[in-house]
Design a protein around this ligand. Structure first.
Ligand SMILES: [Zn+2]
Length: 355
């Protein structure tokens, strides 16, 4: 019979007694190392602890008494684990590396959920949202902005109607004529700026309308905003920052979370800006749309320069198009390249750009 070294606590004092334990049919017996004392307990009255590496294996006895045994010393047939799950759990519990790996997996999953899962879900919701819901959301956020951030325009009516007609001429020339509309506002808090709300309302501030040097530069800004709109950027960005609960709610079809998202739009306009990736997508859309309608993409550079002049406070290493549009030299460089290609194409086919 196997003698197992163990430590005995009688449950009445903290005194530890070195003992040797063994199994005798249906009885657990243990004897002090000096052979002076011997104890026993029916096997059915012994309650084994879970096996966790680093914590001694404990056999609980009656009246608070217990025996502690080193894991490695415990005979495999004393408390065999019959159930597969139990054996696997036991295997896992006994291995720190597995425990650590488990922690790593959980941390990586959580990180992955926030870093990739949330943007993925936000993008899915934004691009699959019914147009009616997106419209309602845009209306709701516009109503929240009007009278606060956005005040009635002070542009002369003929200037407004001129820009509206330039806008419609351009929009109707885009393949599939997007469902959009243009609204002018006076907006001291955000200065010269433009943004596309969910549902297709493009807000253009008086300051920006005054800053653009010509119709082509005005259209370049519009084209950029149409790019944001085509890619549902504002909805995606606001959803991304609206948190796990709202995104999860919307993923489950809970449209009441929409109010929370609409409320995030003014916050976004004041505090945040689009990711560089979104800006690049909007720029690409704009440069293509301009060239397709025979407008030299250099208009985009002129628009950016006008924005720089309108926001002298933002001239730093990363110039920003108000708060929502990071403006960098790279963007100007890309627009300049697009212009060079445009001019080369027009020089070779003999036609002349009219803008
Ligand atoms: Zn932008």
């Amino acid at each position: 019979m196997a003698m197992v070294p163990a430590t005995y606590f009688d449950g009445r004092s903290t005194h530890a007694t070195r003992v040797n334990a063994w199994r005798d049919e249906d009885v657990l017996r243990w004897r002090s190392a000096d052979d002076l004392q011997e104890w026993s307990a029916p096997w059915t009255a012994v309650e084994p602890s879970a096996r966790v590496t680093g914590i001694p294996f404990t056999l609980r006895l009656r009246d608070g008494a217990h025996l502690q045994i080193d894991h490695d010393a415990l005979p495999a047939d004393w408390f065999p684990r019959h159930h597969l799950i139990e054996r696997m759990a036991d295997w896992l519990e006994r291995r720190w590396m597995a425990a650590l790996a488990g922690i790593v997996v959980v941390v990586v999953s959580l990180f992955g959920m926030f870093e990739y899962g949330l943007p993925w879900a936000a993008d899915r919701i934004a691009t699959h949202m019914p147009a009616s819901v997106e419209h309602a959301m845009g209306k709701q956020s516009l109503a929240a902005l009007e009278g606060r951030m956005l005040m009635p325009t002070s542009l002369p009516p003929d200037r407004q109607s001129h820009l509206q007609s330039v806008f419609w001429h351009f929009v109707n020339g885009i393949h599939g004529a997007p469902d959009v509309r243009l609204r002018f506002y006076q907006a001291k808090a955000i200065g010269a700026n433009a943004f596309a709300l969910p549902g297709g309302t493009i807000v253009f501030t008086d300051d920006l309308a005054k800053a653009v040097p010509d119709d082509a530069a005005f259209i370049a800004v519009i084209a950029h905003e149409l790019g944001h709109q085509a890619h549902h950027h504002m909805l995606r960005q606001v959803l991304r920052s609206s948190g796990v609960l709202i995104v999860a709610g919307m993923l489950m079809g809970d449209v009441t979370s929409m109010g929370g998202v609409a409320a995030g739009i003014p916050m976004f306009l004041i505090d945040s800006h689009y990711s560089r990736h979104f800006e690049e997508d909007a720029d690409r859309f704009a440069l293509d749309a301009l060239a397709q309608q025979n407008i030299d993409p250099m208009a985009f550079v002129h628009a950016m320069e006008a924005l720089e002049r309108a926001h002298p406070e933002l001239q730093g290493e990363e110039l920003r198009y108000a708060s929502s549009h990071p403006l960098t030299g790279e963007r100007i460089a890309r627009a300049t390249e697009a212009s060079t290609r445009f001019r080369a194409a027009h020089a070779s086919d003999g036609s002349h750009a009219s803008h």
